[in-house]
Design a binder for this molecule. Structure first.
Ligand code: NAD
Length: 492
């Protein structure tokens, strides 16, 4: 199947474009072919999105929200199909595929609710007989650039607040995972979303992504991906005075204190380190452990890791699927090699999996290093695979310092039974998301999602905070005094 762009409610792609195969990372099977669109497709999409936005902004927000309810319902009806497609193209196990689709459904209903809120503020004027208020105004056409590790959820975090607020959008999904974008475009069509409100253009970051950022009629760029790409996006967006929202890499840690429930900590670490084969932006890739429980934690982790089942994510009994492609496999392996050279002690894994059934896909053994120095490269850089480093500390203060030593600031977690330590940690951990007695993953869609430092640039996906990305504040003064009143001057 050759995928087609969805622009202005029409499906189409010029045949002379280059098409790239979409590969199932579990078995190497070709699932579809995705077009590498030219800048012409971006031009076309921006023109229709700009035209559509004028009318869309005039549709009352609760009516715009009705389309989101319809999208949510349709996603619910198609949930199993969507989850299967997601698992095939991205590799995450089917229960996580279902979970990701559910996140999109939840986001649709949550943001639909915002259609009846979109609160502004009224405030007293400093002058008599004058009324003052501020409202959220839509911005225009927004460009969405998304990564492959959450092929649908991240797009819903961005596109649903964008449209409920009265914007139209053009979505460029990652080349590795275009099929969920295609499925979502079908849903936009099925629910009768007005033409041009939602557009999908497939293609490379360098061509389609750049064209979106540079286009004068695209006012907002919302990007999720690596910190390296994000900084390029910010630079180019800055040059063109765009509002740019960036959600980027992570190097997330679980802290295990000497009073922690170790059984719970092991469960939390396994789920957040090896779920999605370690390819979540919030994945745990460091465990900062108190010296008094280090040996026991290592032993418990090793025992639990033996029970992890690895294979094709469509098999319900499998807990860990493949990584996205061969390049990722080799990048992970080279970090493991680096870890060995840096003197870390390898306790488990450390190899590409071979033999049946792994040969056709891209599988990496869940890997555990210990005695890792806090400033080693494997403890500082994003590996984005099933590799965890144990770092020993002597106190809560040291644990927090080690957690905060990385350039990223997405998610962190602490296992402790001491309420005072928990509160100190949630205050001092320098990340956008903090968990107490849970792993580093598991964000809920009605709270802001994003990170500090090298993970973001101050914006947030999800929650009401997402509306800040897709709206401008407009302040409105209504003078009913019948005379010209001059603020700051007529106040005596
Ligand atoms: P990536 O940066 O390689 O690509 C992300 C998107 O940007 C893709 O659609 C890609 O085509 C596009 N792109 C590439 N070059 C571009 C350019 N020059 N201009 C514009 N667009 C360009 O990231 P990836 O490998 O797809 O995803 C993995 C990364 O995403 C990891 O670093 C992970 O931590 C991060 N991530 C972050 C979050 C978060 O919310 N903080 C969530 C998920 C993933």
């Amino acid at each position: 199947m050759k995928l087609q762009n969805f622009i202005g409610g029409q499906w189409g792609t010029s045949e002379d474009l280059k098409f790239v195969p979409v590969i199932n990372p579990a078995n190497g099977e070709e699932l579809a072919q995705v077009p590498m669109s030219s800048t012409g497709a971006v031009e076309q999409a921006v023109a229709v999105a700009k035209k559509a936005q004028k009318n869309w902004a005039l549709v009352p927000a609760p009516k715009r929200a009705d389309y989101l309810y319809a999208i949510g319902l349709r996603m619910k009806e198609k949930k199993e199909h969507l989850a299967q497609v997601l698992t095939k193209e991205m590799g995450k196990v089917i229960e996580e595929g279902r979970g990701e689709v559910q996140e999109g459904i939840d986001m649709a209903f949550y943001m639909a609710g915002e259609g009846r809120r979109l609160f502004g503020e009224t405030t007293p004027s400093e002058l008599a007989n004058k009324f003052a208020m501020s409202v959220r105004a839509p911005i225009g056409v927004v460009g969405l650039i998304t990564p492959w590790n959450f092929p649908v959820a991240i797009a819903t975090w961005k596109s649903f607040p964008a449209i409920v607020a009265g914007n139209t959008f053009i979505w460029k999904p990652a080349t590795e995972t275009p099929m969920m974008a295609y499925e979502m475009a079908k849903i936009f069509e099925e629910v009768g979303l007005p033409d041009g409100v939602a557009n999908v253009v497939f293609g490379s970051g360098s061509e389609v992504g750049t064209a979106l950022i540079e286009h004068p009629d695209v006012k907002v760029i919302s990007f999720t991906g690596s910190t390296a790409t994000g900084s390029k996006v910010a630079e180019l967006g800055g040059r063109h005075l765009k509002k740019v929202s960036l959600e980027m890499g992570g190097k997330n840690a679980v802290i295990v204190m000497d009073d922690a429930d170790l059984e719970l900590a092991v469960e939390g670490i396994l789920w957040s380190a090896f779920g999605t084969a370690g390819q979540r932006c919030t994945a745990c890739s460091r465990v900062i452990v108190h010296k008094d429980v280090k040996a026991e934690l290592e032993e418990r982790l090793l025992t639990a890791m033996q029970l992890l089942t690895i294979g094709d994510g469509l098999d319900e009994s499998v807990k860990i699927g493949p990584v996205i492609n061969k390049t990722a496999l080799h990048k992970i392996n080279s970090y493991v090699e680096l870890g060995r050279q840096e003197g870390a002690k390898l306790l488990a894994g450390g190899n590409i999996l071979t033999g049946t059934p792994f040969d056709q896909g891209f599988y990496y053994a869940p890997t555990l290093f210990t005695d890792v120095k806090w400033d080693a490269r494997i403890a500082q850089e994003e590996i984005f695979g099933p590799v965890v480093s144990l770092i020993e500390v002597e106190s809560l203060e040291e644990a927090i310092e080690v957690n905060n030593s990385v350039q990223f600031g997405l998610s962190s977690s602490i296992f402790t039974q001491d309420i005072n330590r928990a509160f100190q940690a949630q205050r001092d951990l320098d990340t956008g998301i903090v968990y107490v007695n849970a792993g580093t993953t598991g964000a809920e869609i009605h709270l802001p999602f994003g990170g500090t430092k090298g993970t973001g640039n101050g914006h947030r996906d999800s929650g009401v905070a997402a509306l800040d990305v897709y709206t401008e504040w407009k302040s409105i003064y209504i003078d009913y005094s019948g005379k010209l009143q001059r603020a700051q001057i007529d106040t005596e």
